[in-house]
Design a protein around this ligand. Sequence first.
Ligand SMILES: [Zn+2]
Length: 502
Amino acid sequence: MPSKIPRPLSPRHTRLSEDDNSESKPSSNAFAVLMSSHKENDAWKEATVAEDRNFRPTKQNGGRRKAPFYKVLQGMPIAIDAFRYGTIPGVAAYFLTHAHSDHYTNLSSNWKSGPIYCSEGTANLIIHMLDVDPKWVHSLPLDVPSVIPNTGGVQVTPIEANHCPGSCLFLFEGPQTVNAGDSVYKSPYIGSSRTFRYLHCGDFRASPKHILHPAVKDKRIDHVYLDTTYLDPKYCFPPQPLVISACAELARRIVSGRSVSGQEAHLKGQSRTMTSWLMSQDKAITSSTVEVDASAKVLVVVGTYSIGKERIVKAIAHALNSKVYCDKRKAAILRCQSDPELDALLTSNPLDAVVHVVPLSVITSDRIKEYVDRFKGHFDRAVGFRPTGWTFTQPNGSDTLPSISTILAKSRQRQFTYANLSPTRNSTSTYQLYGVPYSEHSSFFELTCFALSFNWGKMIATVNVGSERSRGRMRRWVEAWEKEKKARLKDAIIPYRTPDYW
Ligand SMILES: [Zn+2]
């Protein structure tokens, strides 16, 4: 088992030093000095060189890639999701936000560059999947600050990220003591008595809960390292909890043989409706009310990556009162997540469960048939769910450059029910496949609500930063948020529907 980090702080330690009055300062923007105008662009250019695809380790380049500036916290000996750069000069603590491969690149049983800090679920996963020596791995308790050894007194609070199991945001608080890392840009704040706060979002799906968290609420955050995967208004997919309920309800209706004709009304105006799709199938359906053959035993198959999307699986299993089956390899990974609810659902007998978890690639018309054929005599039909953020397409005529107020007004109304799920074109009456607009990254709307809801100095993009064009596009949105925040005069949280989503 991973070793525990020493001592979560007692509440009396959670107060910051007296000289920290940065909350009240409108813009004591540390990064503005380091990264203003052309310097910022130069730093990104330096980062682009560091990420060069053709990089080969040689004696001249020190045998390792240089870590870009945004992988090492300004003034602190702390690196985040930076394992591909090996031993980074001056870094005493290596953090991992979650166990997705693009975040732990190069982490393996050979790791010996320093202690790794992460959540308990992530610790279990990297030891199990990557064979990292447990002596390096320190799991951190969620929601409480812990002091990180050898960092000059920096403390960190991990906050659940609403991404994959074990994923977290890290809120760092402490002094600037050292220029660690490879960047030529140095901080002018080393040795100052100020406490700096950095929020690293890793990958996350922003929710009001993140803003309401005691470690974030009413605080001034100097730098936010933002998961900018969908920082583009074309990505305005519906709230996650609504999509999860929609999948569970659709599965329940299909498996119980109930009418799914309700889809017709909801889909009015869209080009294809569930009813029109069913009517075009080989079994001609003449009535507008569609009854599914209740005697046919239906298998529900959910496609997932190595970790992530478990919430859909659990919701469908509960709706069908079923166990969940997956192969041994996948089950071992699921058990790393320390999720008693999921553990209780798992079975090793495929015939014991009407919900099966399979690799995403199985949810195609050919592969699903092949899969269900293995259980001939037990299941006659299958419904396949393929959850991915990319299945959502914007309705025609959508505004590609909406104003912030338009974004807020439109998105807040969004609903999503089972009737919004329509089968893919190559579905048949025996194998129905559904693309599900489900993402474990924030939609553009959620990023906007998140950014407008708290007091921050600098947003630093961590995804899609490879080209100047893409960085420029993202910078314009960050500037639009800054302008909107100024116009609002104070940092009040954007009104939300539930603490789980805006
Ligand atoms: Zn991820």
